[in-house]
Every structure is written in C-alpha cells, then in structure tokens.
Design a protein around this ligand. Structure first.
Ligand SMILES: *Cc1c(COP(=O)(O)O)cnc(C)c1O
Length: 393
C-alpha cells in the first residue's frame, strides 16, 4: 500500500498530459526534428507547417486569428511579455497600471518589477466572494492608466471574473485589457471576436498539454504594441525570439483542439464530481468554502477547515495529492495571498485544501478522497481542538 501513488487532486497545479497529446507530439521529437525556421529544405517546411496548424488550433479555441498568437514558454512568460511589453511601449502615454490582489504571482511580481522601473501600480481588493468589484475597478482607471490585468479564472479558488464588464470599461477609457487565462482554457468560453480583450496569456499544461509552452494572444482591433523582452533571431514577428519548440507547440495545439471538442463533456464531468464532493464534505462541517460557488469553474473546490491545524491537515492526508494553495507558494509557510485577500485569518488560511480535478478524475477517486478527509479531520479535531482556530465571522 505504501508504494501506491496518491490520488491526484491537484489539476490546478498541472494536469496530466492527455495520451492523445503525447501521441501527437512523439513524431516531432523523433523523425521530424527540423527547425521550423529552416526555410531552405523539407525538414524545416514540415515543422513550420506543424507549428502553423497548432497556431490555428490554439486560435480556434479562443475565437482568434492564427496570426494573433505568439508562442512563449508558458503563461509566466506571456504575463511578463504582455505587461512589460505594453508598459515599455506606452510609457510616454502614461505610467499607471491596474491589477488585483488575487492575481497569480507571475502578474504580481511582474508588476512589482515595473514599480522598480518607476511605474505606478494599483492593486485592487476583491469582494468577500473573490470577485472584482466592478465599481472599484472603474474608479481605479485614470487618464494615465495604460493597462489593466485581471485573470479569467483564479488558480486557487476557481472564481470566474466578469471579463465582459471589466473589458468594456477598459475600452471606454482607452486602457489596454490583459487577461491571464492559464486556468480558463477548456473550462469557460473565450471568444476574442466578441470579448473586449486586448492581450491574453495562455498555458498548455493546465489544459492537458505539455509544460514549457504557452502563448500570448495579441489583438489587432485595436492594435496593441508589445515590445519584445527576449531578443535574437526575430521569430514570432520579432516579439519573441528563440527556436520554436515544435513538439511542445504541436502538443499544445492538440490539447487545445481536444479542449474545444470536449469542453461540454469535460465541464459536465467536473460538475458531477464537484457536486459529489460538496455533498460528501457536509460530513466535515463546519467548513468554509472559499470563493463564489456560482461564478466558479466546476473543477475546483477550496475549503478551509476550522479547528484543525493546517500542517497536520495536509500531513494527515498522504493518500491525496493536493495542496493548500497554489503550487508556486506551497513551498513557503506564508499563508495564501488569495485567502488573505478574502479576509481569512492566517490560521484558517493555513488549514485550507485546494481540491482540483478534471478529465481523468473518477467518482471512485472522489469517494476515496472524501473518506480520507473525513477520517483525518475527525481525528485532528478529537485530539487537538484548538480554540483559537475559530470560524471567521
Ligand atoms: C499556472 C499559472 C500560471 C503560470 O503558467 P506557466 O505556464 O506554468 O508558466 C500563470 N497564471 C495562472 C493563473 C496559472 O494558474
């Protein structure tokens, strides 16, 4: 039993690579190894063709044109390219940027870096349900604001922001709107033709594709100028140099094509699992569910468990692969900045489980996870009822 792998409930950190994606990638690692920029022979031409097909597949999922897609190494790089690229292009127009306290570190730390260059950043609070207050957002936009950045789906609590309303405000004020959609692809409908979004960061490995590849959507209506952050051979129309990773790109394209074909099915599956989990979690009462339950992707439940000590909770669930916050911050002892922004105490933020699941999670996985959580929480509450770990009002 000891050698058995824990049940994987950490899809928010990364998803399994779909076996159909692996199959699509393999030939581009083995026989078709050409450099897509080699324009003088067939090895290059076939690789370029594969890259362009993947570009169309990625664009199709978000209702964009293939030429609007710039390949990057992942959503972290896309966020850096979008925010630094726009800040550097438009600094003569203004030096103010707007974002939200619950954003991913790849946005927040990029904003901090820009502050170091002399830009001014407003970090907005969220409502207790994790959603952006539209009025507060409108009030934060100033004549010298050049870009606002709001994520589509939060990686810790799964809430879905109202991109239509936020983007419309940006359009009215002439502010560029950037969206980190790393957790959104294949989960919520994204249509760049219809939505007021100028820049969108995409990741492959949260949507059943390989790690180390991502993209930035750069809109043309209106045209957005993005200054390159990586210089070299001039690939991706000069916006992002470096030899394209054909196999990774093919994998992301296949993953996004599958996401488009199977979004309805994946969502229904996740909804059924989320409902099963919610029903079973009643046995753990009292618990606190973090983030709005309606404006939320069905692939996520984030719960705080009062009257148990945080470290003991995760340590007491060795049968489950899950985290208390995001993968990026779980190595530190800092409580999640997202839960703090929701107003949770440090103690309650520590005794939090982010349960994320998806295409390959089964009902049996959920039932086994529930049994483990019930056993662990009952034991911890019996041996150590810490009175200071109270439910927050
Ligand atoms: C995972 C994630 C990122 C980082 O993406 P990488 O492709 O791993 O660099 C950025 N933003 C959000 C919301 C994420 O969930």
């Amino acid at each position: 039993m000891a050698s058995e792998r824990p049940i994987y409930l950490d899809y928010g950190a990364t998803t399994p690579v779909d076996p159909r994606v692996v199959q699509a990638m393999l030939p581009w690692l083995s026989e078709h190894f050409g450099n897509p920029a080699s324009g003088s022979h067939a090895w290059g031409w076939e690789a370029e063709e594969a890259v362009e097909q993947a570009r169309r597949q990625v664009a199709a999922l978000i209702g964009a044109q293939a030429r609007d897609i710039v390949w990057t190494s992942g959503a972290t790089e896309s966020n850096n390219l979008a925010l630094k690229g726009v800040a550097h292009s438009y600094q003569d127009k203004g030096r103010h940027l707007v974002t939200v306290k619950t954003e991913h570190k790849a946005v927040l730390d990029t904003m901090h870096a820009l502050q170091g260059e002399g830009f001014e950043v407003t970090y907005l609070d969220v409502l207790p349900n994790g959603l952006v207050d539209i009025d507060a957002f409108a009030a934060a936009l100033r004549p010298d604001t050049i870009v606002a950045s709001v994520m589509a789906v939060n990686n810790e609590i799964g809430v879905v922001q109202d991109l239509q309303a936020l983007g419309s405000l940006c359009r009215e004020r002439g502010v560029i709107f950037h969206v980190d959609a790393a957790q959104a692809t294949g989960k919520v409908a994204l249509d760049m033709q219809a939505m007021p979004i100028d820049l969108m960061s995409l990741a492959s490995h949260k949507t059943y594709g390989p790690k180390g590849i991502g993209a930035l959507y750069v809109g043309r209506k209106p045209r957005v100028r993005v200054q390159a952050q990586i210089h070299g051979g001039g690939q991706e129309r000069g916006m992002r140099s470096g030899t394209l990773a054909t196999h990774q790109i093919v994998g992301m394209g296949k993953a996004f094509a599958l996401a488009q074909d199977e979004m309805a099915q994946d969502s229904a599956h996740a909804r059924a699992l989320q409902q099963r989990l919610l029903t079973g979690l009643q046995a753990l009462e009292p618990i606190v569910i973090n983030g709005d339950l309606v404006q939320r992707v069905p692939h996520n439940l984030n719960i705080s468990v009062p009257y148990v000590e945080g470290e003991a909770l995760l340590a007491g669930l060795p049968e489950l692969a899950l985290s208390s916050g995001s993968a990026c911050t779980s190595a530190s002892l800092e409580p999640s900045h997202v839960l703090r922004a929701l107003g949770r105490s440090d103690a309650l933020a520590h005794s939090t489980l982010r349960i994320t699941f998806g295409r390959f999670t089964t009902e049996a996985d959920i039932d086994r996870a529930l049994a483990c959580m019930q056993r662990c929480v009952a034991r911890l509450r019996a041996i150590s009822p810490l009175p200071e770990l109270q439910v927050q009002p």
